[in-house]
Unconditional design. Structure first.
Length: 561
């Protein structure tokens, strides 16, 4: 039986056949991934023979291994499709051009050198900072000399070693952009090899990546770029959110919602103004959507569950998924307050509310690197593990020493504090501290206070906090598509500074970025619910905020202590 082609799919297919770039905005629960799969299968069916003849491939850019595996499985492992991260795709496109890469890397290092020289000239530079700048200047100069003289193979890893031709994961986007901008032949080659490029979760794509796809590669004709995602589901700093209108893409909307009950969808439509979704799942007729306003920091979440939700939803306690939008309560309820307090007092209200778990402090970034190495090692993903460490395997004895070192590291993981683990990984040359970590100015009181508070904390508390966070706050990149029958969301504006739910509910847009970030997070988290949804707010709400919530949820579904 041939499946019927929907109006949305027909519009996408017309773009493909007409060689027109497009963007699909698909609201939560709309079956975006299925539409992407159908698009890939359409290209294979109608353009596959031409692709095979010309030795060409379809590229599908994803951000998680879960999405990658699902796409590969649902397209039956078709060899015409390359499912890749944006970094892997860009690197595969430029890595063979070593001479050009070497020149671009020299340009990039020289830009860093010039920038550092300018910083060193500033009159308010402290003596410690000036000394570090001088060291950096000398290092960049040595790097340039080494690359120019030795002409090493250029590659990229987690930590840079420019003198050996190694740049970082973060450098890759910039270097690739410079490569495409400087070498139009590279653009032509890329579009000849990959005439169809589809980007999943486009809203979380960096602006520089969009620039490569729609400005650099777009200078060549005969290829199609298709973006699949939803601008309202952009919840990470660094993502483009909405693709600017000047790119002149064909814009397509998908309004079905196959996930949620009509009651949940009514709430989503009240929250959202640009896409009005239509319920495709009418089975959950007895579902419930409520808002509970109990403005006290010590409110017991378990009390609400036992006293109200279990009976109202007619479910067992283990069938309720708690999604915290308050890191303070996650820490308090799970005895991880030390690690939370250290970061909160430093001004970084969360360890983990951005896409890459990066940027809170260089020491925290280093801890995430350590945690990743432990995961790779314990999962026996040895090649991935070796690619991320600085330790060099030169003989069988050095391989044995590495195993002994990791056995010792696992012991520190269980019983040591954060300073122990950082010092160990540094001294054993497993990881090289970043420039920001080396330059962390402990002469500044707030940085010294943070350092002194962080270092004595047990490393196991850091791991525990992050593990609990992943299991209770399901808007991380790897789980953003998750769905649950029964969802309880807990909000506390006192727990972070990058979001403000009271201002969002009030319609206050004094800080546009904060408003959009909060709006998108609230939409994403509410849309996880398939049947029942309850939102608990334990921080103050203004009268305008409460009025908005009563309109969204309905007067009879709004409860206040």
């Amino acid at each position: 039986m041939v499946s019927e082609v929907s109006e949305v799919e027909q519009k996408i297919f017309e773009c493909i056949d007409g060689k027109k770039h497009f963007v699909l905005d698909a609201g939560a629960g709309s079956g975006k991934t299925l539409t992407l799969i159908k698009t890939l299968n359409y290209v294979i069916k109608h353009h596959g023979s031409c692709l095979l003849k010309n030795n060409q491939k379809i590229v599908c850019i994803t951000y998680t291994n879960v999405a990658k595996d699902e796409i590969i499985k649902r397209t039956e492992h078709n060899n015409l499709i390359v499912v890749s991260t944006i970094h892997d795709f860009l690197w595969d496109s430029i890595k063979q051009f070593q001479t050009e890469l070497r020149k671009i890397l020299l340009v990039w290092i020289n830009e860093k050198l010039v920038s550092t020289i300018e910083k060193a000239k500033k009159p308010k530079t402290t003596s410690k900072k000036y000394k570090q700048y001088v060291e950096d200047i000398e290092k960049y100069q040595a790097d340039i000399e080494s690359i120019s003289s030795n002409k090493p193979q250029i590659t990229y890893k987690s930590h840079p070693n420019y003198s050996k031709g190694i740049f970082t994961h973060d450098d890759l986007i910039v270097i690739a952009n410079k490569m495409f901008l400087s070498h139009k032949k590279l653009c032509r080659l890329s579009t000849m090899l990959y005439p169809f490029i589809f980007v999943d979760e486009y809203q979380d794509t960096q602006k520089e990546t969009i620039d490569i796809l729609l400005n650099q590669l777009n200078s060549e004709s005969g290829f199609v770029v298709g973006f699949f995602g939803d601008k309202w589901q952009q919840i990470y700093d660094g993502g483009i959110g909405e693709i600017p209108i000047e790119h002149n893409l064909i814009r397509i909307e998908k309004t079905e919602n196959y996930r949620s009950s009509p009651q949940v969808i009514t709430l989503l439509n009240n929250i959202r103004t640009d896409i009005k979704q239509v319920a495709m799942n009418s089975s959950a007729v007895d579902s419930s959507v409520t808002f509970h306003f109990y403005p006290t920091e010590t409110f017991n979440v378990q009390k609400l569950i036992v006293d109200t939700l279990l009976e109202k939803w007619n479910v067992q306690q283990d069938k309720i998924n708690k999604l915290y939008l308050t890191h303070r309560m996650i820490a308090r309820e799970n005895e991880c307050s030390d690690i939370y307090d250290a970061h909160n007092e430093y001004g970084n209200d969360s360890l983990t509310d951005n896409k890459n778990n990066r940027g809170w402090s260089p020491y925290t970034d280093f801890l995430f690197d350590i945690r990743e190495l432990f995961q790779l090692y314990l999962d026996n993903r040895i090649q991935d593990f070796l690619s991320k460490i600085s330790y060099e395997i030169t003989s069988i004895d050095s391989k044995k020493r590495l195993r002994s070192i990791m056995d010792e590291a696992l012991e520190i993981k269980l019983h040591g504090n954060i300073k122990d683990i950082i010092d160990f990984f540094t001294e054993k040359n497993l990881l090289i501290p970043s420039e920001k970590m080396t330059n962390f100015d402990l002469e500044k009181p707030e940085k010294k206070k943070f350092y002194d508070k962080l270092m004595p904390i047990k490393y196991s508390q850091f791991e525990k906090y992050h593990e609990i966070y992943q299991n209770t706050f399901s808007t991380q990149h790897g789980t953003k598509g998750d769905e649950f029958d029964n969802v309880l969301i807990i909000i506390d504006d006192r727990s972070w500074k990058n979001y403000n739910f009271n201002q969002y509910f009030s319609g206050e847009k004094s800080t546009e970025a904060c408003y959009i970030r909060t709006r998108n997070l609230f939409y994403v988290i509410c849309s996880r619910a398939k049947k029942n949804l309850a939102v608990l707010c334990v921080s103050p709400l203004s009268d305008p905020a409460q009025n908005t919530l009563k309109q969204w949820f309905g007067e009879g579904n709004y409860y206040i202590e």
